[in-house]
Design a protein around this ligand. Sequence first.
Ligand code: SAH
Length: 223
Amino acid sequence: MAEGPGWPSVGRSAPRPRRRMVERLAAAGVRDARVLAALAAVDREALVPEALRHQAHYDRALPIGDGQTISAPGVVAAMSEALELRGGESVLEIGTGSGYQAAVLARLAGRVVSVERIPRLADRARSALDALGVTNVVVHLGDGTRGRPGDAPFDAIVVTAGGPAVPAPLLEQLAEGGRLVGPFGARGRQRLVRVRRGRERFEQEILGECRFVDLVGDNGWAA
Ligand code: SAH
């Protein structure tokens, strides 16, 4: 961790397994020092099921119940980095899941509004975020493919489940200059996409291939 520009002393006070996880992510190409620091600061072990805690720092998605997963740290890092957060932003997350991505975003932005469709996961994520002392994340139960019109506009929107296409309401709720990042394409195989809202139009970039659980809702896959 000592060498290389951009991550001088990131995670120095984190427990060793997490520090090594962050070192591996930096070596794999994550450059944003704030993102690395956020991953070093969030206790991923506290957000995975107890029986899987020994795997918490592998770069792997893990099951969290109800057929859902906590995203791999590398994916959380890549998506967080792609959102280009500088601090103070208002962020919308679709798919709270374990609350891990939300806890990371909470350290990078001003406030995070996160939507989860499965009641048990939403409840569990709320308690876990409370226990971690995260105060700037609000978890709502509902269909995130409709966004949260009452809380819009958002400077950044992250979709953490794979849908057929970018849900139109989310584009409407993106602030000018805002970024939306998420996986879109076929079921079980998507492209990670970043959409930037310019003054006059939306610009789309493909960031890579990925594989997420289904985005289920009005503007996603049918349940
Ligand atoms: N960000 C999560 C990853 C969770 S996996 C984490 O860091 O752990 C994706 C989550 O999206 C699942 O919990 C799934 O229930 C949820 N989801 C799928 N479709 C949704 C929708 N339309 N609205 C809200 N949540 C949705």
